[in-house]
Design a binder for this molecule. Sequence first.
Ligand SMILES: Cc1cc2nc3c(=O)[nH]c(=O)nc-3n(C[C@H](O)[C@H](O)[C@H](O)COP(=O)(O)O)c2cc1C
Length: 184
Amino acid sequence: MKVFAILGSRNPEGQTARATAALIEGIAAAGGDAQQAFLPLLQVERCRQCEENGWGICRREGRCVIEDDFAALAQRIREADAVVFSNPVYYSDLSESLRAFTDRLRRVCAHESGRQGIADKPAIGICVAGGGGGGAPAAIVTLEKVMRSCRLDVVDLIPVRRQNLAMKETVLRVTGRWFAEDRK
Ligand SMILES: Cc1cc2nc3c(=O)[nH]c(=O)nc-3n(C[C@H](O)[C@H](O)[C@H](O)COP(=O)(O)O)c2cc1C
């Protein structure tokens, strides 16, 4: 199984990356492999709400007019067998980078051609509250909503806080293994 993990963190050594790495370890143990993208290191603008009614060619053609890294990321999702969204919790919510990406993804998925290869794709969401530790459950509810707006098949959602990260790494390894084995 080929998995594409999209992280809203810029830090490959950070807590979001640690949680994601544990899931990927589990996936690898079941023979899968995963690639990762760190959104803040890429260029993904926020939606321009191009036209007066707030829509744009996203609705008519299933693509976005902005020429940045968005289209290539959406394509990498289409080419994967499954997708993971890993979010560092900011203000009990999604990070700005993950929000910008998913805002645009759900718009292109409103059109049949845009959602081709994305709709019904198995997906896992992770939210890591790495500061005080609050807000992961609230963020995971939002993440579920945006993943479902993208028509993904949300298979599991895992809230993590700084204080339970080590324990959740074990849960994530088991989840990754189960996720890959279940889809063999
Ligand atoms: C703007 C901002 C808001 C944050 N809000 C929260 C929060 O609501 N709850 C929390 O536990 N941590 C919060 N944090 C800490 C992040 O969750 C923490 O930095 C992140 O999980 C770890 O990021 P990393 O994966 O890039 O290491 C916030 C951090 C920033 C920068």
